[in-house]
Design a protein around this ligand. Structure first.
Ligand SMILES: [Zn+2]
Length: 327
């Protein structure tokens, strides 16, 4: 498929640990946080409506089953692998696996992951997240275990965005602001979540497919910290607001979803079995969302949107050397 032949783009905003929770503001920060930009897409933040599905003019929100049909609480490595590949990773290894993918899950991400497959299909698919100066060589040397998203970036693009790119607005930190990178000794210029959202929109406009991962929501859920949970959700909403300003929803798709529940119920420190919201905005949002009932449906719907047969692009040899991203 040649680029320019079809004017399609997806910005995939992945928010770790965000489910559709109880209608109780004492435990559910979604009901406490001010989320005007999310509301502008789906109307009120009403958990009962979200469980039913919201079919609006600008966007569709449907609940996704995140349990993968396997007993126990959903976890990140299997949930994300399922979300980003369409393969039921928990059934494959017989359990939900927390944190980072094992060897088998990494091979699934390599073969069927959104970024590797789209890159092999000749498309510009990217992971927008920035990495600290010390972390990149450790990943490349195999000294630090990669997350699902890092593995996909490495297998697809063969490179990682760094702090210098973040400072130029060409990468976005997982905390949106760059605070974490400064604590790790990087000379990151602090930015507001809105400024980070603008950078994300610009990256997305220069690529066919752009993935961004925000995971402080999961962190706040494990800490059962209402104050932080509210602040993180409001940061995500501020970034979303900038995306709505600078990305072109008249022409391109925006997806926001999660791998499992957590932050939406602070009465427990663990993940939840709640469904996760799949928000789709932009042209054809209803059609895209209507194909999705559980985590495994999102990657196939994405391949279908781009007209890419994932089987055809699952087999090429793995890339091993680090290449430089184009400026
Ligand atoms: Zn977690």
């Amino acid at each position: 498929m040649s680029r320019g032949e079809r004017d399609k783009r997806i910005l995939f905003f992945f928010v770790d640990g965000l489910g559709i929770g109880p209608a109780d503001g004492d435990v559910n920060p979604l009901l406490v946080a001010r989320l005007p930009h999310l509301e502008s897409l789906v109307g009120s933040i009403d958990m009962a409506r979200w469980r039913e599905g919201v079919h609006g003019e600008r966007a569709t929100l449907v609940p996704l089953d995140a349990t993968l049909g396997v007993p126990g609480l959903p976890q990140s490595a299997t949930g994300q692998t399922a979300l980003f590949t369409g393969v039921n990773a928990a059934k494959l290894i017989g359990r939900h696996k927390e944190a980072r993918p094992n060897r088998l899950l990494k091979s699934v991400l390599y073969k069927h992951g959104l970024i590797p497959v789209l890159c092999r299909a000749g498309m510009k698919a990217t992971f927008a997240n920035a990495y600290t100066t010390t972390s990149i060589p450790r990943y490349v040397a195999g000294e630090a275990p990669m997350s699902c998203t890092s593995a996909m970036a490495y297998y697809g693009e063969g490179c990682f965005r760094d702090t210098a790119m973040f400072n130029r607005g060409q990468a976005v930190y997982f905390d949106l602001t760059g605070r974490y990178a400064r604590r790790r000794g990087d000379d990151a210029t602090l930015m507001t979540p809105a400024r980070a959202g603008e950078a994300l929109a610009r990256i997305a406009l220069a690529h066919d497919f752009t993935l961004y991962e925000y995971f402080l929501t999961d962190f706040a859920g494990h800490r059962q910290n209402m104050g932080r949970a509210v602040r993180y959700l409001e940061d995500v909403d501020a970034a979303l607001g900038a995306v709505l300003n600078y990305y072109d929803l008249e022409r391109y798709l925006l997806i926001l979803t999660s791998d499992h529940g957590n932050v939406e119920d602070l009465s427990t420190r663990s993940h939840t079995k709640n469904p996760v919201p799949l928000l789709v905005a932009g042209p054809g949002h209803e059609a895209f969302a209507s194909r999705c009932d559980d985590l495994m449906d999102v990657a196939p719907a994405t391949f279908k949107y781009f007209g890419v047969d994932p089987v055809k692009y699952s087999g090429q040899p793995i890339r091993t050397e680090l290449i430089k991203l184009p400026e």
